[in-house]
Design a protein around this ligand. Sequence first.
Ligand SMILES: NC(=O)c1ccc[n+]([C@@H]2O[C@H](COP(=O)([O-])OP(=O)(O)OC[C@H]3O[C@@H](n4cnc5c(N)ncnc54)[C@H](OP(=O)(O)O)[C@@H]3O)[C@@H](O)[C@H]2O)c1
Length: 350
Amino acid sequence: MIEQRARPGTFAIEDDGVDPATVPKRRLRSGAAIPAIGLGTFGSDRFTAEQVAEAVLGAAGVGYRHFDCAAVYGNEPQVGRSLRAILDGGVRREDLWITSKLWNDRHGDGQVSPACEASLADLGLEYLDLYLVHWPFPNHHPPGCDVGARRPRARPYIHDEFMRTWRQMEALVDRGLARHIGTSNMTIPKLELLLRDARIPPACNEMELHPHFQQPELFRYVVERGIVPIGYCPIGSPNRPERDRTAADTVDIEDPGLVRIAERRGVHPAIVCLQWAIRRGQVPIPFSVRREQYLANLKAAVAEPLTDDEMRQIAAIDQRNRLIKGQVFLWKDGQSWEDLWDPSGEITPP
Ligand SMILES: NC(=O)c1ccc[n+]([C@@H]2O[C@H](COP(=O)([O-])OP(=O)(O)OC[C@H]3O[C@@H](n4cnc5c(N)ncnc54)[C@H](OP(=O)(O)O)[C@@H]3O)[C@@H](O)[C@H]2O)c1
């Protein structure tokens, strides 16, 4: 199916799609422009690699040019076939924005370059637009493992070790394998140290951001330092895996204030989440394999923006409800997941 669509010069935007030239962009410190919305590609254990790859192809057909990938999502070879079809169909490489991420078992000396090269080979690309350190903890966990799983030799964040990983990330930029490098799941104290010591500072920080988890302090911190925030779980990941749910979690798209705005505008609350994200200045990367959803999500980026009043209403519904808590990264007994996020304002001691 994917290969059948790879006919030279035939990649046109579908009639009901969005002209990629009209999708807003965010300017990075380098001067490069990242499309203000991208398609997530983590299938959350619910969709196969082939279904996600089909969605990438379909999404490009309705106008997406930004795809958020990662080695650990287990689908880069399949997504790569879709990217090949998109490029063979006439989309220029420079018009795509492709992100991938270094998984936690590849932080060690000599491991970053082979990991990046493997993603490039799987995605069928010569360079990435953005390569992120997926988590600041060097602890491998197999995809889909239970949140109670602990690695016997789990390690905390150790800045000197992280810098050794970061030096290897910087070398990828020097070699032209990644146009930009960045971080994900960081906190202010960790970023403080990285910004102090980096030769090439992070261009972007990918972080959980949705109306019920707005992270105003970290958001402001990165924006003020010229780091573009990329927002994951932008709709509040309503169908995330069971292992990532707790009884206390709230549901963004059921929030009465958000639902009221959606009803007034005649759209799904998911669309309001995305319009809020785009107007606020983060780059949301909503996931969906359903054409009507990913098309509606892209259209949110070119629709009439939310009003100042609607933005204020959404600012007021933050529940500080982190969904992706990261429990598997805890490194000693008796800790709570909050420890991973440096709640005291200092890096949680080892
Ligand atoms: N850096 C990191 O550590 C990290 C962590 C998590 C995620 N991410 C990235 O962020 C992406 C997005 O996160 P996510 O998938 O967890 O959360 P999300 O984008 O907030 O939620 C996705 C779900 O929302 C529903 N949805 C999407 N569009 C909709 C629409 N227009 N109307 C109604 N429902 C809609 C879909 O549910 P149905 O499928 O049931 O229809 C979809 O599965 C991931 O794919 C991944 O690329 C990165």
